[in-house]
Design a binder for this molecule. Sequence first.
Ligand code: HEM
Length: 547
Amino acid sequence: YLAATVWHRRFKQFANFPQLKPSLLWGHLKLIHEYTLKGPPDVHYDPVFATMAKELGNPPVMFLDLRPASYPMVLVNSHEVAEQVTRASKMFAWSTPKSPTMGALVRLIGPESVLMKEKENWKQLRKRFNPGFAPQHLMTLLPCILDKTDIFMEHLDRLASSGEEFSMLKHTINLTFDIIGAITMDVDFDAQKSESSSQGEFIRLYDQLLKMYGQEDSRFPWWMSPMREWRRYTLSNQIDRLLETMIRAKHTQQQQQHTTNGSSKAKKPRDVLSLSLQGSDSLSRALLTETRDQIKTFLFAGHDTTGILLAWLFYEFSRSPHVLQAVRAELDELFGPDAGPAAVRARLLAPGGEELINRMRYATAVVKEVLRVYPPAGTARMAPPGSGFTVTAGGRSYCLDGAIIYNCATIIQRDRAVFGETADDFVPERWLGDKAGIMSAGAEEESEKRDEAGRTFPPGAWRPFERGPRNCIGQDLATIEARVIVAAVARRYDFVKVGLGELDLNEKGQPVENDKGQYKVKAEMYNTAQVTAKPVDAMRMKVRLRA
Ligand code: HEM
């Protein structure tokens, strides 16, 4: 009976899906391992899956049997199927439920996190926190983003004068952590303090917790390494206590302001936490836990992905001379010839400054292209077994019940059928045909995108923030942040990659352009998996002050 069951599950249950031949004992795990060994051993699993899918002729969905290590998985390679998974349907009013594998993140984001909640519970949370991420509100936070960017530039100035090599990702992640801390809680976490000894207790603990989520740490389930799980648990608990103290203090402060000043006179708080606590006279245990876990989620989701976006963006500046030139020309036109931080700040904070961000058309296209080529995150869903959740692709129907459904943004956003021959290349110009709402990734009613050559892109083909009701709450924040930082930084520094991705100079020591207008590099950079997809060497770079 056992043998028949295993045989059925392995070879019959998902037999109608395109797939490479599984092994009876290891399903596709052995094959994934073999394909991984064809490239660098620490490469992210997305390119490995992409190679496997290519072998099958790039089907819209591909089955990967991860049993006994995990659930069986359906890899979604087509934007049409991805849309069916993430849109609201009769069966799932707020799109297909999240995958139980999200539970691996529980110590980072908390059990009550909006990322993991479903149905009404999720809807209430999203409603409660949405106002803090509305674009008009975010624009009022420009001074805060600029303050933190100034500190980032102080570091870059110092590194430029010393000529040292450094990790760009570490710096961008510290910058985005400081920004998200200020925006969500109005707290200065001092993540950008150069001496780690002078950083606060919170950053120290948080840093330790993040370090426990490396590629190796996440490869095996918790019961195979109970000590690691225990350490995560204790660190997470310590972080929870600190956050709870901060939330209580904020609540008390709000209550006091309310009684002493009267609501009309009091300076209106702008941070996400204060906005979400408004109208809550008492802070019950349940409200405290719920709020703590959302703040924890925002801190994690809001810094890691945006830091990665910036690191890849500066990498592209280092090897795509025409892109950097076009960004600088646009900034000269919009912000005037003075590229100094004070001048950029003054222009952004003057009346009409916010409008400038929306007019950064080329820089916006660059951000969009970075997110297309190097998406930091994706979504994994699962329809309950027996629910009959079915998608159609290429005239065939596939029932996805009981399998992890992984929308693989790396594959979807490099689809040749959509992006043509240049699908793998970095070409920001493809987005210049977009109308004003270039960043409106989540707007379902959006019309098709058009590139300069008049080619159209279906809106679902660009999904770094995912789409549908469960799309990213912080997408406007991330893209506003990125554009403000580009405005401040792009004309001040030249970026030089060192190590992997270093330029391949000619005998005269000059960079050489390839036929795509990019400098040739000695070896290609790639992503590794550390919860999200991160540049493998944490983006080793040098910067030079521009002459
Ligand atoms: C470049 C930056 C970012 C990228 C690429 C990104 C990507 C994503 C993706 C793919 C999802 C869907 C996850 C899933 O379905 O499991 C998501 C959800 C989410 N993101 Fe982001 N994100 C970014 C920035 C931010 C920022 C700045 C915040 C700020 C708080 C944030 C907060 C969230 C939250 C709370 C969710 C869950 C939304 C829900 O389930 O209702 N993200 N993000």
